[in-house]
Design a protein around this ligand. Structure first.
Ligand code: CAA
Length: 259
């Protein structure tokens, strides 16, 4: 599929696929087509055995400044219901391989929600995170009230959602929203390094482990522990588990194949 609003790259580093949002003039505002393209690319990478980790990024000025306000401005509630624009967003959550957001500049509204739906966030010092929907007399609709609250706690989430205030990358790091802050020149390199670390693990174990961590978000402790235990046992069905443990005993580097 030829994309208009994203650029994809699977040759950047072995086992890593990159999705770059590419509406720079509009600060990567997330219109319906752009989100369809992200969905399509994620599905394609999830089905490509060569890919082990996916990075979503924007540019230095903006990761994404939110859903496209101009596209939504004149819609009625029934239009919103029919279009169901957040349906395509579910694919990000459903992606089985790890997804890392590499964020610089504005990461607002739907942009912040997109980053939070990824599994990890690497940010440049210039990144600004916020849920400013309240200033448009709407509210976050793609996970902002839920994922932000789970990540940073009620006090800060409430303040950000009710006032629309932005927080800096350092504040986001302190609050537990993101994984690391690095100079702007290297934020994508850092995301690639993190992706490479993930990509050198067993893809089977990574998938089961990701699933288990995400389970903690929507289950009680007992259910989560039971799910984790089943996934732990499931790891022993893979050749990678045999290879991982054999390599440890033989004091060599393992070679994982994803089977
Ligand atoms: N939708 C559509 N266009 C947008 C946009 C958005 N979310 N954000 C920026 N743009 C456009 C601007 O309209 C402008 O276009 P023109 O040149 O044609 O006028 C261009 O991008 C550059 O933006 P600015 O001139 O405003 O740049 P700035 O540096 O002065 O300000 C900003 C940057 C503070 C990010 C400002 O653009 C802004 O406040 N953007 C909107 C942020 C926002 O409210 N996001 C939430 C959207 S709703 C949502 O996301 C709902 C949800 O839960 C999914």
């Amino acid at each position: 599929m030829a994309y208009e609003y994203i650029i994809t790259n699977t040759n950047i580093q072995p086992h890593i696929a990159l999705i770059q949002l590419n509406r720079p003039k509009e600060l990567n505002a997330l219109n319906l087509q752009l989100m369809q393209e992200i969905k399509h690319a994620l599905l394609e990478f999830d089905n490509n055995d060569e890919v082990r980790c996916i990075i979503i990024t924007g540019n230095e000025r903006a990761f994404a400044a939110g859903a496209d306000i101009k596209q939504m401005e004149s819609r009625t509630a029934i239009d919103m219901l029919k279009i169901d624009q957040f349906e395509t967003w579910d694919q990000i959550r459903k992606t089985k391989k790890p997804v890392i957001a590499a964020v610089s500049g504005f990461c607002l509204g739907g942009g912040c929600e997109l980053a939070m739906t990824c599994d990890m966030i690497v940010a440049s010092e210039t990144a600004k995170f916020g849920q400013p929907e309240i200033k448009l007399a709407i509210m976050p609709g793609a996970g902002g009230t839920q994922r932000l609250t789970k990540a940073v706690g009620k006090a800060l989430a409430m303040e950000m959602v009710l006032t629309g205030k932005f927080i800096s990358a350092e504040e986001a790091l302190d609050a537990g929203l993101i994984n690391r802050v690095v100079p702007e020149e290297v934020y994508l390199d850092e995301a690639l390094k993190l992706a490479a670390e993930v990509a050198q693990q067993s893809p089977v174990a990574v998938r089961l482990a990701k699933e288990s961590v995400l389970k903690a978000f929507d289950s009680g402790l007992q259910e989560g522990l039971y799910f984790e235990r089943k996934n732990f046992y499931m790891c022993f069905a893979s050749e990678d588990q045999k290879e991982g443990m054999k390599a440890f005993v033989e004091k060599r580097k393992p070679e994982f194949k994803g089977v």
